[in-house]
Design a protein around this ligand. Structure first.
Ligand code: GLA
Length: 730
């Protein structure tokens, strides 16, 4: 990414009122986004599309368009202010120190720096009347076509100002047609896609739930240009607002049929005050742009996430046995010791103790009491967690633990001792969600408490190797006693909550940089790239019916690499165990079953499948992912992961609908990502005992054949899932 017109830029930095029009291209390998100033020094977004060969051509682009500013304001402002000439949806709304609500932003200067293998362009804008500065940041990983952008708002005015709306990004696209895919849902039905053609007006995707912000909808989206979404062709933008609280994405088609995207923290009840000299950094909008459809867009985003974002993104992950569905709250030391032995017996890496291990005065024997009292329940665990960690050690497996430290049951010692630590309207009765309330993380004392929950566990049990961090309630009755006491506005709560949580996670990671942590929120109510700086993985949904999981996991793959996605085999669904294991093997594999209930054959199968998974997991966790056949377009789903050298791959094929009880794959499925000039042998794994499989004797094919003709995995009602290993032969 290069800045042209360096002289003009330097001059502008010095004089501010320079006459030269400045052109600022932000370039990736294949795309560019171009800004240009007008005669009044306002900054326009004049281009977003395929990169041009000569950057000097960019300055002529806007002459070819009609970008009027006469009727409803300049639609293509780089960061649309409000209260002056602009009458379209703003990115920024400010009440200045003197109460005035009008803002104008003029270009001041631009600078470019290299940071973490990326290029960061900072564009400084300033109000000519007020000492208000906005710095737009564009961080670009050029080779990956990935952009992270955010804004910083700086109050240099004479006194306090109020930010009423403060978007992270204000993008502008001039294509002809736009198709938006957004992902909505509810508990057990997370991440359900809807694609729609955008028409004039605004489509809003937002959350006001506070904590479990993604329960009903997510800040993930795909914009497809000119045509509906395609996997391997067409321009597509796959993006996410990386913010773990209330978000708002506005897709606004203006009267000239251009698309404006304004994305940021939801301004709903979130006016934020900035004292003189203070600055506000918005969360990031992160997106991958592709000229070859969503397949490439996802792969670019996955590579970025693994190398530049997710904690230990290129590292390993632990397979595990979770006791939640095997025991729920009903367990004791003996039962757990048995499960720890089962963990070893199955060949899994770690035993994860779920909810129900804590609380004495208010024992956690159900979900209506004990949350907040993080001391071992003496009846269930007379010898404490330490004993279980030792048991795990003895069995040469690791030990992990479930916590939900942001929440409290009213029936708990914590609540009785600190009623003021809870988010609740003082004059109204409490409204509970899953019998619990949310702790007020805007309060530093509460932050210390939450940090302490984790710190105590590790201090007492340094060998704990995994934490499942849950969050099961939304914020009702938003009110903070702490903010009130400090004379701070209540409208800071939604934002300060999330920032308070990030503070805690930051502290945890400082002291415990490596330990694996799973982000869970009653299933998929939380997963974003700000959280994933601190977490190694997330739990996509409590719905573990493998048929539903095919769709759910498929949808998550657009945004998240397999290494972040926890997939467990459970009792949900009445499909054969093989099917469940094969579906869970497309992500990070885990088990949540009562091992005693498995038949001898199932047990043997599980052991074999876990061994197989360990053999190919480097492909799933570190390979490139190719979606081959969508369950939305076929009665089956197929996807594969290929290693960097294109010498090894694993392909998963699942029957996702058997309405017609017929042989489903009547045609081959074309593979992707292999080398056409190489030869490969294909071998089927995870076969049931006595099952011959179709590829039991390795068959040899050329890469060209596999990608042009494809192979038929022969999925049918008797073979509902087929896992194939593909290996290069010389
Ligand atoms: C949530 C999680 C489950 C389990 C329970 C425990 O629902 O999603 O996996 O941990 O809480 O109460």
């Amino acid at each position: 990414m290069k800045a042209r017109n360096t002289f003009a830029i330097a001059l502008c930095a010095l004089t501010f009122l320079c006459n030269a029009q400045t052109v600022i291209p932000i370039e990736t390998k294949d795309f560019s986004m171009v800004f240009k100033t007008d005669a009044q020094h306002r900054l326009w977004n004049i281009y977003f599309g395929k990169k041009l060969k000569n950057t000097s051509d960019y300055k002529q682009i806007d002459e070819q368009y009609y970008f009027p500013d006469a009727n409803a304001g300049i639609y293509n402002s780089a960061y649309t202010p409000s209260g002056t000439w602009n009458l379209s949806e703003p990115a920024l709304q400010v009440k200045h120190f003197d109460g005035n609500r009008s803002t104008e932003l003029l270009f001041r200067d631009v600078s470019i720096a290299n940071q973490d293998g990326a290029t960061v362009t900072k564009i400084k804008l300033q109000d000519p009347v007020y000492q208000l500065e906005v710095v737009l940041h564009y961080k670009v990983w050029s080779d990956l076509n990935v952009v992270e952008q955010w804004a910083e708002i700086i109050n240099n005015e004479k006194g306090k100002i109020e930010l009423n709306k403060y978007a992270s990004a204000n993008l502008f696209f001039t294509n002809k047609d736009f198709y938006l895919t957004h992902f909505q849902g509810e508990y057990l039905r997370e991440m359900m896609p809807t694609e729609e053609k955008l028409t004039q007006g605004t489509k809003t995707v937002e959350s006001k739930l506070g904590t479990r912000a993604m329960l009903l909808g997510t800040p993930n989206f795909i914009v497809s240009f000119e045509n509906p979404v395609q996997e391997d062709s067409g321009m597509a933008l796959v993006g996410q607002l990386a913010w773990s609280g209330n978000y708002k994405l506005e897709f606004d088609i203006d009267s000239n049929k251009n698309l404006r995207l304004i994305a940021g923290i939801n301004p709903y009840e979130s006016t934020y005050e900035l004292q003189k000299g203070e600055r506000f950094k918005t969360p990031s909008l992160i997106y991958s742009i592709s000229k070859e459809g969503t397949g490439l867009a996802s792969r670019q985003l996955h590579s970025w996430a693994k190398s530049h974002r997710v904690l230990n993104g290129n590292g390993d992950r632990l397979t595990l046995l979770n006791n939640w569905e095997a025991t729920y709250f009903d367990f004791n030391e003996d039962k757990l010791s048995g499960l720890i032995e089962d963990t070893k017996h199955l060949g899994l890496d770690l035993f994860l103790l779920d909810d129900g291990w804590f609380g004495n005065k208010y024992p956690r024997n159900n979900d209506d009491a004990g949350l907040g009292d993080w001391q071992e329940n003496k009846q269930k665990l007379p010898n404490g967690l330490g004993y279980l960690v030792q048991e795990a050690d003895k069995n040469e497996v690791k030990f992990g633990i479930w916590i939900e430290p942001e929440m409290v049951n009213p029936e708990s010692e914590l609540f009785k001792t600190h009623p003021n630590w809870v988010i609740k309207q003082p004059e109204r009765s409490a409204k509970l969600y899953r019998n619990q309330m949310v702790l007020d993380l805007s309060n530093p004392e509460v932050q210390d408490f939450v940090y302490g929950v984790v710190d105590n566990i590790f201090t007492k049990n340094p060998k704990v190797a995994f934490v499942k961090w849950d969050c099961n309630a939304v914020i009702y009755n938003a009110y903070s006693a702490y903010l009130q006491e400090k004379g701070m506005p209540q409208t800071h709560l939604y934002v300060d909550y999330v920032q308070g949580l990030y503070n805690v996670l930051e502290r945890i990671r400082k002291k415990y940089p490596d330990v694996s942590m799973m982000l869970c929120s009653g299933g998929g109510g939380r997963a974003d790239y700000e959280f994933l700086k601190y977490f190694t993985e997330f739990w996509p949904s409590d719905n573990t019916d493998p048929i539903e999981r095919i769709f759910l996991q498929w949808n998550y793959t657009y945004f998240f690499p397999a290494i972040t996605m926890d997939c467990h085999v459970t009792n949900w669904g009445n499909q054969p165990l093989k099917f469940k294991v094969d579906v869970a093997s497309m992500g990070k594999l885990g088990f949540d079953v009562d091992v005693n209930h498995l038949t001898k054959d199932e047990l043997e199968f599980s052991k074999r499948a876990i061994k197989n998974y360990n053999g190919f997991k480097h492909l799933v966790l570190h390979g490139e992912q190719f979606r081959l056949a969508s369950p939305y377009q076929n009665p089956y789903a197929s996807l594969m992961y290929v290693d960097k050298n294109k010498s090894k791959a694993v392909m998963f094929n699942y029957l996702s609908s058997n309405r017609f009880m017929e042989r489903m794959t009547k045609r081959p499925i074309k593979m992707k990502g292999l080398d056409a000039d190489k030869n490969y042998i294909i071998k089927e794994v995870n076969l049931n005992k006595n099952d011959e499989g179709s590829f039991v004797n390795p068959v040899k094919y050329s890469g060209d054949f596999l990608m042009t003709v494809g192979i038929n995995p022969e999925i049918n009602v008797k073979r509902t899932s087929v896992v194939l290993l593909i290996e290069e032969v010389k």
